[in-house]
Design a protein around this ligand. Sequence first.
Ligand SMILES: Cc1cc2nc3c(=O)[nH]c(=O)nc-3n(C[C@H](O)[C@H](O)[C@H](O)COP(=O)(O)OP(=O)(O)OC[C@H]3O[C@@H](n4cnc5c(N)ncnc54)[C@H](O)[C@@H]3O)c2cc1C
Ligand SMILES: NC(=O)c1ccc[n+]([C@@H]2O[C@H](COP(=O)([O-])OP(=O)(O)OC[C@H]3O[C@@H](n4cnc5c(N)ncnc54)[C@H](O)[C@@H]3O)[C@@H](O)[C@H]2O)c1
Length: 493
Amino acid sequence: MKKYDLVVIGAGPSGYAAAMRAVDFRKKVLLIEKNRVGGAGVTNGALSSKTWWEISRESHLLRKHLKRFNMDMPEVSFKEVQAEVNRAVEERKVLLQEHMNLLNSSLFADLLVFKTGSARLLSPNDVEITSGDVKERVKTDYVILATGSRPRKLPNIPIDEKIIMTSDGIEQMEDFPESMVILGAGVIGCEFATIFSGFGKTKVHLIDKGERILPFEDEDVVRVIERNMENNGVHIHRNAQLIRMDIVRGRVEYELEYDDGSKEVFNVEKALVSVGRVPNYEDLWDDNVSIVLTKRGIEDNDTQTSVSNIYAVGDITADIALVNVGELEGRYAVEKIFGEPRRKLVYENISTIMFLNPEVAGVGLNEIQAAEKGIAYKVVTLDYACIPRAIAKRNTQGFIKLLVTNDEKMKILGMRVVGNHASSAIQAVALLISMDKGIEELAECVHPHPSITEGIQECVRMLLGKSLFKPDALRGKLSCRMFTNGEYADILF
Ligand SMILES: Cc1cc2nc3c(=O)[nH]c(=O)nc-3n(C[C@H](O)[C@H](O)[C@H](O)COP(=O)(O)OP(=O)(O)OC[C@H]3O[C@@H](n4cnc5c(N)ncnc54)[C@H](O)[C@@H]3O)c2cc1C
Ligand SMILES: NC(=O)c1ccc[n+]([C@@H]2O[C@H](COP(=O)([O-])OP(=O)(O)OC[C@H]3O[C@@H](n4cnc5c(N)ncnc54)[C@H](O)[C@@H]3O)[C@@H](O)[C@H]2O)c1
């Protein structure tokens, strides 16, 4: 029987990153994947949906610009967009696969073995791999579980992945639907609402059980996104409970009940159910492997499960479900097994982007989270209208918001940027948070001009009372306040 130092189950972003880090330690690694290399990081997930988003955004902008010149937009073909997305997915998968093949003729020869099949733990040190009718057993010192997650389904909603779909089926449609309802106004729901409304071919309905979409995000951020969605024809059903969703004569019929008790029935062509994801751990180990589970996933102590040689990383755990977090955990687990991680595993400074209209980038705490933690903070906001780069782009919609501790040190707690180039603007702040630095560094360094990061510098200077524009003079575009005991107060210098 073959023996490995480490077996990694699942070759999504977390498992792939773990396997590659183990190779750095010159360990013999077996990486097992039952389906597609790259997992949801590539297919029916992060990369594919972002390719849809990019093309939708371009077509939306093109339509807007052509209108300016009184010109008609040419037809956008669903099949062509789909083919482009498939090319992007293929490109990434081939790269991941080829890289593994080429490792064997590199410095790292004979360390990594990749097998296609479904893996299962027979004991903490024995793994069974099933590929078709063939079963194979291998021995290992350590195991990393990186089997990811799948869309959560709701009882009584007949998901067939053709008419009522999850994110696993939505990209395989035949054409743009004339109408579509999206259940769940979280990240996936809002991103697909943005994508389909952006192409201008689908009337999108978005069911939100609360007062506003993206319930975990600050109100000022959500306001911009909601306004753009509605201007783009999205019908947001607020405070709406879904009573039923059925397939009737090849279309979707759904009934909602509102807070006031009234009910309404709608009929649309397709539906997307995006109400969260659930971890993949069913049938992953035998009864004699006693890994402790919680409702949300595997309980882990900094990636180590209750069985000491078995680790869990990525979406299978109860932590944040993102590609960058999965990769971080995968690398960390390997360092913990074979070495000594140089840094603690912390989630506070994770950078995120939500691909909406416009994009929303974030790092660290938002105001909701700071208030929940009972942290008193200072908060500055700056409208994109004050940033030359945004003016040059002829699109000043958006703002920057920076939170710092309400003390002399003014340590950065978090930031949100809503608008063009939002994602590239947050990196400097992410770095400062991870270095536990204050804001002076940002105030003094010379940023390129014109750039969105100059807006961040201006926010910092506002906090130090030395900004170019004075918040008291440009009210509505700038604000510099502190939040204590549930109330805002202007900071005056
Ligand atoms: C529509 C969508 C959009 C997203 N957009 C973003 C984004 O913009 N940014 C971002 O950071 N994140 C995004 N995510 C989240 C991101 O895709 C996941 O957090 C990430 O893929 C998790 O990586 P993972 O390796 O833990 O799991 P997965 O990517 O799910 O990979 C797990 C792999 O394990 C394999 N596997 C499962 N069981 C077994 C078994 N028994 N044996 C062998 N192999 C097995 C699976 O086939 C799969 O390939 C998105 C997700 C979705 C669904
Ligand atoms: N840009 C990104 O980084 C990105 C993009 C897509 C997905 N993701 C990851 O994928 C994860 C899953 O995304 P998601 O959108 O499925 O989950 P989510 O947790 O973000 O959103 C689910 C939404 O569904 C709502 N909901 C739950 N049950 C419902 C019900 N019965 N009826 C109506 N609404 C209901 C919730 O209130 C919530 O708003 C995200 O948490 C994120 O980690 C990240």
